[in-house]
Design a protein around this ligand. Structure first.
Ligand SMILES: C[C@H]1O[C@H](OP(=O)(O)OP(=O)(O)OC[C@H]2O[C@@H](n3cnc4c(=O)[nH]c(N)nc43)[C@H](O)[C@@H]2O)[C@@H](O)[C@@H](O)C1=O
Length: 270
């Protein structure tokens, strides 16, 4: 609260969380504390400090869980993990602070968004990092869980711009951001290995440690409201994303030991 008063921000983006779904089954209480209660701590600090800022809550497609696709802002929440359940709590307290206190508080319900900066234990980065290492002869095998899961993977820089647009709108509203393009984990694997000239079936093995007690089978978003109200539309889809991430991991490996950071670029920014 002291920090909020001193900084007096115009915009607050709550991206803080324990964000790994598999880990949330091993650390459910910690996940509830950070991913759920953490949001009301921040909302309450904004309210009590009397800061006149706009508030963004990082809501997640994991809230839809077992609800069949396509999912949009009106789809029923049916979370399938402690992480998803904690995000549902944060979604509702954000709406509650908007309705109860007139705070400009919005939920961005973001489907999976990835980039070369993605943590190494999330599936896209785990795959593209392994592709670079296998290509360089550093590793031979990659151990994976459920290859049948369907996700709607987009490019994180575009999604961050969408988050910002939500806070520039005239009215506070909740928005889905997604590409609407389905892709299985298997298809992502194949695209990534193909891009490096490798045969994925020679290198991928199954390991049940990567299965989840309950899986989210299929997430495919409909971002029609964001397009209509905010003029936001994803331009990078899963195959291009896989290639961007493989190229970046190859570059990063070649620069190993020296500082390296990817340079996001989008045609819309040119
Ligand atoms: C929108 C949402 O997006 C993310 O959640 P996630 O979709 O669970 O992301 P993930 O990359 O961990 O898994 C994607 C799929 O891939 C399957 N899968 C197979 N084999 C492995 C595997 O070996 N590792 C992992 N991690 N997943 C595997 C796994 O079972 C799942 O079906 C977070 O940012 C979350 O914070 C968020 O909000």
């Amino acid at each position: 609260m002291t920090l909020l008063s001193q900084i007096d921000p115009d915009e607050v983006y709550n991206l803080a969380a324990q964000s790994h779904v598999r880990v949330s089954f091993d650390e459910p209480e910690h996940t509830g504390d950070t991913t759920g209660i953490g949001s009301i701590r921040l909302l309450e600090a904004v309210r009590v400090a009397g800061v006149r800022c706009r508030f963004y809550q990082a809501s997640s497609s994991e809230m839809f869980g077992a609800s069949p696709p396509p999912q949009d802002e009106d789809t029923l929440f049916y979370p399938r993990s402690p992480y998803g359940a904690a995000k549902v709590y944060s979604y509702w307290v954000t709406r509650n602070y908007r309705e109860a206190y007139g705070l400009f508080a919005v939920n961005g319900i973001l489907f999976n968004h990835e980039s070369p900066r993605r943590g190494e234990t999330f599936v896209t980065r785990k795959i593209t990092r392994a592709v670079a290492r296998i290509r360089a002869g550093r590793e031979k095998l990659l151990y994976m869980g459920n290859l049948d899961a369907v996700r709607d993977w987009g490019y994180a820089p575009e999604y961050v711009e969408g988050m910002w647009r939500m806070l520039q709108a005239d009215e506070p509203k909740d928005y889905v951001l997604a590409t609407s393009t389905p892709c299985t984990v298997r298809q992502f694997l194949q695209t990534a290995f193909d891009h490096a000239g490798l045969d994925w079936e020679k290198h991928v093995r199954f390991d049940d440690r990567y299965l989840r007690p309950t899986e989210v089978d299929s997430l495919i978003g409909d971002a029609g409201r964001a397009e209509a109200d905010l003029g936001w539309k994803a331009t990078v889809h899963a195959p291009e994303l896989a290639r961007i991430m493989v190229d970046a991991d190859i570059d990063a490996l070649e620069c190993e030991g020296r500082p390296w950071i990817d340079r996001p670029s989008l045609s819309a920014w040119a």
